[in-house]
Design a protein around this ligand. Structure first.
Ligand code: PRP
Length: 192
């Protein structure tokens, strides 16, 4: 089954509404602001592509100067639903993070393999600190332990899309987080 012309038609249920996301992002922005002394630099490192929408809202919810930098990594093959465990850096940081407080901004933590790799990688660049902010956390599928400082929502083991999260590069532009209809990805997980 292929994606519908209207992405809403491929959603089985809305898991987190646009309003709930907005309210939680405001809280996270205030918490991140409060966690660092005034005058200390904060760099939000957005892990593309999934965190694109989240970081755009989160940075505007933090009432102080923040810098952003972008990394792109890939852990899933295109169209797959399983993490391969291999992390490739497709785009590295543009600037230095030395002496700065880094907040890695993710859309979802699944197995934890991506963040395990990224945290070690960024700590090697001599930042002042490295913490993690994720919109979604799926603890049921964790393979490696990851210390997460800020979590938007803990979610069940469902295949979710929207608010930056994709399936086959679609659905990222949905304003909510929804559960994808199973028939869309059943052939990929070997059900049909
Ligand atoms: C997703 C997500 C995380 C990672 C989480 O990225 O954005 O980076 O997978 O999975 P893990 O905890 O099992 O490592 P993906 O590779 O799908 O790329 P995208 O952000 O470009 O959609």
């Amino acid at each position: 089954m292929t994606a519908s012309a209207n992405p809403h038609d491929d959603i089985a249920t809305v898991l987190i509404t646009e309003e709930a996301i907005a309210a939680r992002v405001r809280e996270l922005g205030a918490e991140i602001h409060a966690a660092y002394p005034a005058g200390e630099a904060i760099v939000l490192v957005s892990v593309l592509k999934g965190s694109l929408v989240f970081v755009a809202d989160l940075m505007r919810a933090i009432p102080r100067n923040v810098e952003i930098d972008l990394m792109e990594v890939s852990s899933y093959g295109g169209g797959s639903t399983e993490s391969s465990g291999k992390v490739r850096i497709l785009k590295d940081l543009s600037g230095s993070i030395e002496g700065r407080n880094v907040v890695i901004v993710e859309d979802i933590i699944d197995t934890g393999l991506t963040l395990s790799y990224l945290t070690t990688y960024l700590e090697g660049r001599n930042p002042r600190s490295v913490r993690i902010a994720t919109l979604l956390n799926k603890p049921a599928r964790r393979l490696v332990d990851i210390p997460v400082t800020w979590t938007g929502f803990e979610i069940p083991d469902e295949f979710v899309v929207g608010y930056g999260l994709d399936f086959g590069e679609h659905y990222r532009n949905l304003r909510y987080v929804g559960v994808l209809k199973r028939e869309l990805y059943a052939s990929i997980i070997g059900e049909i």
